[in-house]
Design a protein around this ligand. Structure first.
Ligand SMILES: [Zn+2]
Length: 426
């Protein structure tokens, strides 16, 4: 007889009852990671609301063992989240540079010209379409947040303030607005009605048109421990093989994939109508899917190690901050991105560790981070208060930010990067 220690199920394991997969509808049976109770991380707290409660929701990622879609339960509708979005893409120089390169590549690869029509879904403040406007290629942005779409119009980017799905796509089709190039960058993760969104892409695409989608690669999220990209507003996390299944289901075929360094490891997939065989499926697609399978992402084992990795990262960051505070150091943060809120709230970091954070976006300044209630100031606060350490919350922009903030070295300041592995850069 072997002796075994009894283990009780965790609350996260018990929470799967009644959940169904957002794509295939099969029952959900497995938790990938539990990040605790978290508020909506793309909101902010105004000074007049400091004495009020905040709504928090359990933040757990689940995996469907039928289609391997990793997903977070939807607690709040997209309308509530995205109608007043505070994120303006143009505040990131890295993203602007990436977008300009993308536009030049697409124009060359697909021979886009003044007779073409480019549509971007979740076009934000026109950060990307502005480069098509510069080249006089007609375009349209579809963006649900009116305040963000206004900023796009000021750049000369025509913008439709709508949620995208089959209804909006049919209206666009009726208005002769089908796309030669349909761009969906960093939006597929945010789509609660996944099937309706992809079905809409099929409708909004011209017969010979091409779709490109940029999204974080689930393999990189797990390999590089990017748990801070998991939040309530990010409903889905994708393998290429899962995307292929979803697109195929809606009459679209993925014919190429690029691997990108953005967001700690993303993919850009290229899709077309399945009926359009003029664009053959590249070797890249087969190679990446074969790698996903051989690295265990079609079995539960690949997901099982993630929760322990995440807990280890929390212990490392807290141990570092505790030690610095014991030495009497002053620590500030840089940035107020959604991912920063996931990290801070999961780790329980408040003003007991971080005096404040700063952000370039004026809409975030003079507000407070959700959950942690850490004050957000303008970037000038760093030069004024000279902290000993600056924790970089958008740590994926390491090069841009360490350069931009290199002046902290004048007073001996150092940077702390929380992920993928904790690092202190003097
Ligand atoms: Zn599924």
């Amino acid at each position: 007889m072997t002796s075994s220690t009894e283990r009780f199920p965790t609350s996260a394991e018990m929470s799967v009852a009644g959940l169904g997969c957002r794509f295939c509808g099969q029952p959900i049976r497995h938790v990938v990671v539990d990040l605790g109770l978290q508020p909506l991380c793309q909101s902010r707290v105004l000074r007049e609301h400091l004495n009020e409660h905040e709504r928090c929701y359990p933040l757990r990622a689940y995996v469907c063992d039928h289609c391997w879609l990793v997903q977070v339960q939807e607690h709040v509708g997209g309308e509530e989240i995205f109608s007043h979005y505070a994120y303006f893409s143009s505040y990131s120089d890295t993203l602007l540079a990436h977008s300009k390169v993308y536009v030049d590549q697409m124009i060359e690869r697909f021979g886009l010209n003044q007779a073409s029509f480019v549509v971007e879904l979740a076009s934000n403040d026109g950060y990307l379409l502005q480069y098509f406007v510069e080249q006089q290629i007609p375009c349209l942005g579809v963006e649900p947040a009116a305040n963000v779409a206004d900023a796009a119009r000021e750049k000369g980017v025509p913008s439709l303030v709508k949620f995208f799905g089959t209804v909006t796509a049919s209206e666009m089709q009726a208005a002769g607005q089908q796309a030669d190039l349909l761009v969906a960058n960093n939006v597929l993760a945010h789509v609660p009605e996944l099937n309706d969104f992809v079905a809409g892409m099929k409708i909004a695409l011209k017969p010979q048109g091409v779709i490109t989608v940029e999204v974080s690669h689930l393999v990189k999220i797990i390999e590089n421990n990017l748990f801070d990209t998991i939040y309530q507003e990010h409903y889905c996390y994708y393998l290429v093989s899962t995307l292929q299944r979803i697109f195929q289901h809606h009459g679209l075929t993925i014919f190429d994939v690029d691997e990108l360094p953005t967001q700690g490891g993303s993919i850009r997939i290229y899709a077309r109508h399945s009926e359009n065989s003029s664009l053959p499926v590249s070797e890249n697609v087969h190679r990446i899917i074969a790698n996903e399978e051989s690295n265990g992402y079609h079995r539960l084992q690949a997901y099982a190690r993630f929760a322990e990795q995440v807990a280890a990262a929390k212990r490392d960051l807290l141990a570092c901050l505790i030690e610095l505070k014991r030495q009497g150091k002053r620590i500030a943060a840089y940035g107020a991105p959604g991912k920063g809120n996931t990290l801070l709230n999961y780790c329980g970091i408040r003003e007991d560790f971080l005096d404040y954070t700063v952000d370039r976006n004026p809409m975030k300044q003079n507000t407070f981070l959700v959950g942690s209630r850490i004050p957000v100031h303008a970037p000038e606060a760093i030069a004024a208060t000279k902290p000993d350490y600056v924790l970089l919350l958008p740590w994926n922009l390491e090069r841009e930010l360490t350069e931009q903030l290199s002046y902290i070295r004048q007073w001996g300041g150092s940077f702390i990067l929380p992920l993928p592995h904790l690092r202190v850069i003097n």
